[in-house]
Design a protein around this ligand. Sequence first.
Ligand SMILES: Cc1cc2nc3c(=O)[nH]c(=O)nc-3n(C[C@H](O)[C@H](O)[C@H](O)COP(=O)(O)O)c2cc1C
Length: 205
Amino acid sequence: MSPTALEVSQQVPEVRPAAKLSTAEFRVGRPEIVGPEKPETPFPIILVGRVQRGFGRGGKDLGCPTANLPDESIIPMSSIANTGVYYGYAQVVTPSGDSTPMHPRDNGVLPMVMSLGWNPFYKNEKLTAEIHIMHEFDKDFYGFEMRAVVLGYIRPELDYTSREALIDDIEFDKQVALNCLERPEYRKYAQDPHFDLRCSVDTQI
Ligand SMILES: Cc1cc2nc3c(=O)[nH]c(=O)nc-3n(C[C@H](O)[C@H](O)[C@H](O)COP(=O)(O)O)c2cc1C
């Protein structure tokens, strides 16, 4: 059986398989929708954790801000053998008693893409799970609770020779995720009881 992404993360960097380079052919041949008509094992995978600060390059360099989950929150991903890009739904929940709650429209269940890996383009030393929620938020939500349901896999994590090529692939990932989530058997998960559905009036897709 091939090792899971978390097992590989414990290997020293020298023996970890290098990520493949994204090529022009890869980009031209990418399908606009991926996976089966309904989520199959190991999906859905439920994640929850307090949002941590990453290096901040997602927003600054890539126009794609991401919320990092703490290490213990990604244990449910340990059945996954592949690092790469995943899609599903996520929700940011304002901690009770917070004096500056988020605008209710920012607390909805929203489509997301998640990168699980070492970000080979940036040569990170540590496995991370970073979620980009497809929504314009009014303010940062570090320290807030993030709930997510991961429903499928889009592609492997790749290395890049330019930031622009990484941005192009991320933009394409977002479109693939939205296409995938349009399918009725995936859409259902926006109503999953894992989410705080009192906020679901603002659910968007
Ligand atoms: C949808 C998506 C796909 C990504 N794909 C890759 C990838 O193939 N290779 C890579 O090195 N990083 C990839 N990343 C990770 C970005 O490099 C990462 O989000 C960025 O380094 C920001 O992290 P930071 O905010 O911790 O600095 C992806 C991120 C997202 C949201």
